[in-house]
Design a protein around this ligand. Structure first.
Ligand SMILES: [Zn+2]
Length: 235
């Protein structure tokens, strides 16, 4: 490649870096939406810190999990037999990975995601940064369940789903205690839990009604110990 071309691409690259550092693009009207990945990384880091602290205090091994923030329009193969795409939000125990579609997270963040069963039925609304944080904390909780041997051999999703909501709540309480959450954040998460509730009672994949999911999250938020969430495993 001729030198002038090399120099030009370097200049283009540094302009890009400068724009990134300034936190803006060339024109606000045409700028691409802000990437959601720094936010997802931040939440995951906090949830990971919480579980390192919690497991250490309980004398349990440190947790470990991989993650994949699926690029918009992409399709990533998970080891669980389901591909992860734009609407992904799940934990796959086989490859020990949390999959969240960036498109899904952004839409949730912006409050424009549609099709959540609870919300369609008039319960709650999934919107805002803490709605996204709740999803990440919930999926991380499935990793904690997997490491505790709680996921294998189950035929119904409900017990571990409500337990994961509750455990997400214990993280939220920890964050709140550090002064990092507002009451509005807490309400956002509770509204999101209502929104994702479903009424598919006879499906083994039923995750809980809006009220059940809201109450499980709230139980975690009001608890000083993760053991308060054990009750859901007996459901
Ligand atoms: Zn779940």
């Amino acid at each position: 490649m001729p030198r002038s071309h090399v120099r030009r691409s370097c200049a283009a690259l540094s302009l890009f870096v400068v724009l990134l550092l300034l936190g803006g693009g060339p024109s606000s009207a045409q700028a691409a939406p802000a990437p959601i990945t720094p936010f997802l990384d931040g939440v995951l880091g906090s949830v990971d810190d919480y579980w390192h602290e919690t497991q250490a205090a309980a004398g349990r091994p440190a947790p470990s999990v991989l993650h994949s923030w699926v690029v918009p329009g992409a399709q990533v193969d998970s080891a669980c037999g389901v591909p992860a795409g734009d609407d992904a939000a799940f934990y796959c125990p086989v490859d020990d990975t949390i999959y969240v579609g960036q498109a899904f997270a952004s839409a949730l963040y912006d409050g424009v995601f549609e099709g959540l069963p609870g919300q369609k039925a008039g319960y709650g609304k999934a919107a805002g940064d803490f709605a996204v944080a709740y999803v990440v904390a919930h999926e991380y909780a499935h990793n904690v369940q997997e490491e505790a041997g709680l996921l294998a051999g189950r035929t119904r999703a409900l017990p571990t789903e409500l337990n994961a909501d509750c455990l997400a709540g214990t993280w939220a309480r920890w964050e709140y205690g550090k002064g990092k959450l507002t009451d509005a954040d807490v309400q956002e998460a509770l509204d999101a839990a209502l929104a994702v509730g479903d009424f598919d009672y006879f499906n083994p994949q039923h995750h809980g009604t809006p009220k059940e999911r809201h109450d499980a999250l709230q139980t975690g938020m009001q608890s000083t110990s993760t053991s308060a969430c054990d009750q859901y495993l007996q459901r």
